[in-house]
Every structure is written in structure tokens, then in C-alpha cells.
Design a protein around this ligand. Structure first.
Ligand code: FAD
Length: 92
């Protein structure tokens, strides 16, 4: 039996791009997606950035994440840093 392996992202899939299993696509996986994703900017998405610029995904819900506690916590910390970088860019 394998429990806890299905992302509950049905409500989210209208807002951000997900893979066929419902995991959220981020960063370079957005560029590699087939069919191409709806990324709207000229710059590439940041690591952990979803198809909605300035929205980041971390942990198990993210496509190709490691699915371990330590990596989810680490990605959460990185996502905070990336949000700061995104906001700083918006201000310039
Ligand atoms: C059976 C099992 C055993 C595991 N054993 C290990 C292990 O030994 N070691 C290890 O490192 N990892 C283990 N893992 C993996 C580990 O649990 C996950 O990698 C980690 O919990 C991911 O953290 P997360 O914050 O990304 O997601 P979660 O811990 O899944 O947290 C997501 C939270 O969001 C909530 N949520 C969902 N939808 C919504 C919504 N619409 N609105 C508000 N909240 C919402 C959920 O209720 C949940 O509390 C195991 C997982 C399972 C299922």
C-alpha cells in the first residue's frame, strides 16, 4: 500500500501548470514541458517558480521533488529567498 502519494491540486490546475499526475511544474521543467506551458515572460522562470510569475512551489507538491522532509524544508527556505528576489526585481 502506498499512501500520501497523490497531490490534491485539482483546485490549483486552472491557475498554474501541472504535470499529468497533478504535480506543479516549476523552473526549467516549465520550459521542457510538452505541450509548451503558458509561461508569459521573456526571462526564464526561476528555480521553484510556477507558470504564474512570482508564485513558487516547494516540497512534495512540486514535479520531480525528492519527496523527503529535509528537501521539502530546504525548498521552502529557498522559495522564501526567491520571493524576495522576485519582489526586489519588481521594485526596480
Ligand atoms: C507514508 C509516508 C511515509 C513517509 N516517510 C518519510 C520518511 O521516513 N522520511 C522522510 O524524509 N520523508 C518521508 N515521507 C515524505 C514526507 O512526509 C514528505 O516529503 C513531506 O511531508 C513533504 O512536506 P510538504 O510540506 O511538501 O507536504 P505535506 O507534509 O504533505 O504538507 C502539505 C500540507 O498542505 C495541506 N493542504 C493540502 N491541500 C491544502 C489546501 N487546499 N489548503 C490548505 N492546506 C492544504 C495538507 O493537509 C498538508 O498538511 C513520507 C511520506 C509518506 C506519505
Amino acid at each position: 500500500m502506498l499512501i500520501g502519494a497523490d497531490p490534491r491540486t485539482q483546485w490549483l490546475q486552472r491557475a498554474v501548470e501541472c504535470d499529468q499526475r497533478g504535480y506543479v511544474l516549476t523552473g526549467r521543467d516549465l520550459a521542457a514541458a510538452k505541450p509548451p506551458t503558458r509561461w508569459p515572460l521573456a526571462r526564464p522562470p526561476l528555480f521553484l517558480e510556477t507558470s504564474l510569475p512570482g508564485v513558487f512551489a516547494a516540497g512534495d507538491v512540486r514535479h520531480r521533488s525528492v519527496k523527503r522532509v529535509a528537501s521539502a524544508v530546504g525548498e521552502g527556505a529557498i522559495a522564501v529567498q526567491l520571493a524576495h528576489e522576485y519582489l526586489a526585481d519588481q521594485a526596480t
